[in-house]
Ligand binder design. Structure first.
Ligand code: FES
Length: 101
């Protein structure tokens, strides 16, 4: 677990139902109601992917599902927008893929 990064969360959210997801193969504690992006930011991730052609880092930009900079792979499905995807228990999140979307 990335427990050392728990301080990045807004304290009232920690009273929500805890659940576990995997991020790049590591178990991470999340909370019901959070988005995938929230979980990634809470563990200190600022880069969610790299573009395929130039390997430029991408992460949160608009935060509302418009820019597609936050694409990750979720449960094997590529190009999922992290900022508008709620976490679910057991979700497998992979930030190691690339996309030029
Ligand atoms: S940050 Fe823009 S679509 Fe997610």
């Amino acid at each position: 677990m990335f427990s050392s990064h728990e301080s990045l969360r807004i304290p009232p959210l920690t009273s929500r139902l805890p659940l576990t997801v995997q991020v790049d193969g590591e178990p991470v504690q999340a909370f019901a109601g959070e988005t995938v992006a929230t979980v990634l930011l809470a563990i200190g991730r600022r880069t969610f992917r790299h573009t395929e052609n130039t390997h430029a880092p991408r992460g949160i930009f608009c935060g509302m599902g418009v820019c597609f900079d936050c694409l990750v792979t979720v449960d094997g499905l590529p190009d999922v927008r992290a900022c508008v995807t709620p976490v679910q228990a057991g979700m497998v999140i992979d930030t190691r893929g690339g996309s030029d979307a």
